[in-house]
Design a protein around this ligand. Structure first.
Ligand code: ADP
Ligand code: MG
Length: 338
């Protein structure tokens, strides 16, 4: 008799969770991205104890249909792509159908959702097992609560940093999500204290101001440029406004916040010798390109991407920033409505 057997779904989900759900901030990212993909105009995020005790994301998006609720928690079940062709022109933040099953396999999850204004569904899942499901009355949208993350994965739980550190990582993700989605009104609170609130009126400079403060926002310059393949735009700080970390640089590709060493380096190179050693600018660089030119299916968290014509893009970014901060162009944009 052979030795090989298929893993149970729950165990397979827990293994996948190891990659998708590294820490509380990964849960926040996945849930907020789902809210964004659902077309929400308002997304409220509440965390307790750095997300280790509780994370709640409430949106007013399209909701999940009654018949789809259990499916949403199955691995590789998604409403966002159907065929291989779709994989090469991803317009949504999610598409792998991994987040909800992964999260539900390592936490207590309660989801309430409705696709219309009156009736919806409430489902409770613990460690991948459905405990309860009932019809409820609620307004359109989805509210999901994730409690006791990693309660059944002690090794992962032990690996968590302090509440303060986990909160800082969540805050950072929230800032980038807000920067990438200025049309959505976000609120973010930790143990009842509001840490971020954005207007959701599409104004990037106001969003930057809400995150980094009005004085820093005043020292940022708007730029935009394009070539045959790429459209880039955003804000870069005056060379005098710097920090000792690269954390204040955000790069978005088609609205998705990504991490890419080459692109961050291109931004820094745009400053030439104007930055002191070890100092980095504030920058938000938003790149719009044909989805065919970018592969987001590199890593389960989708923060790493592969870009075709990356060198050409780096050159465009570097030159556009160098030009924007050239002495003759250094007049900060007047801050409107802040
Ligand atoms: P993916 O986002 O990759 O499709 P997920 O596991 O994150 O996979 O979600 C599974 C499915 O559940 C989504 O494709 C979507 O149809 C639905 N869903 C999840 N969260 C929401 C939400 N907040 N609003 C509406 N639908 C949602
Ligand atoms: Mg998702």
């Amino acid at each position: 008799m052979g030795k090989i057997h298929e893993l149970t779904n729950i165990l397979a989900d827990q293994i996948a969770a190891g990659e998708v759900v590294e820490r509380p901030a990964s849960v926040v990212k996945e849930l907020v991205e789902n809210a964004i993909d659902a077309g929400s105009s308002q997304v409220d995020v509440e965390v307790e104890d750095g997300g280790l005790t509780k994370i709640r994301v409430i949106d007013n998006g399209e909701g999940i249909a009654n018949d789809d609720v259990e499916l949403a928690f199955k691995r590789h079940a998604t409403s966002k792509i159907l065929t291989k062709k779709d994989l090469f022109k991803i317009k949504t933040l999610g598409f792998r159908g991994e987040a909800l099953p992964s999260i539900a396999s390592v936490a207590d999850v309660e989801l309430e959702t409705a696709t219309n204004l009156t009736t919806g569904v409430k489902i409770k899942i613990n460690g991948g097992q459905i405990l309860e499901r009932k019809m409820i009355s609620r307004s359109q949208g989805t509210s999901i609560t994730v409690a006791n993350l990693f309660f059944n994965i002690p090794a992962r739980l032990k690996y968590m940093k302090s509440v303060q550190t986990e909160l800082a990582v969540i805050s950072d993700i929230m800032n980038r999500l807000a920067i990438g989605n200025t049309q959505i009104a976000f609120s973010f609170s930790s143990n009842g204290k509001t840490l971020l609130q954005t207007a959701g009126n599409g104004n990037l400079q106001q969003t930057i101001s809400a995150i980094y403060g009005v004085n820093n926002a005043k020292k940022m310059l708007h730029f935009s440029n394009e070539d045959l393949d790429f459209k880039i735009s955003g804000f870069v700080s005056l060379p005098e406004l710097t920090r000792a970390s690269k954390n204040y640089i955000s790069v978005l590709i088609n609205g998705r916040y990504i991490k890419n060493y080459q692109l961050s380096t291109a931004i820094i190179k745009g400053y030439g010798s104007k930055l002191m050693v070890g100092r980095y600018p504030f920058a938000v660089v938003s790149i719009v390109l044909d989805p065919l030119l970018v592969d987001v299916n590199v890593h389960p968290t989708k923060q790493e991407v592969r870009i075709s014509k990356e060198e050409q893009l780096c050159k465009l970014i570097k030159e556009s920033i160098a030009n924007r901060i050239a002495p003759e162009n250094l007049i900060p944009d007047a801050l409107k409505n802040i």
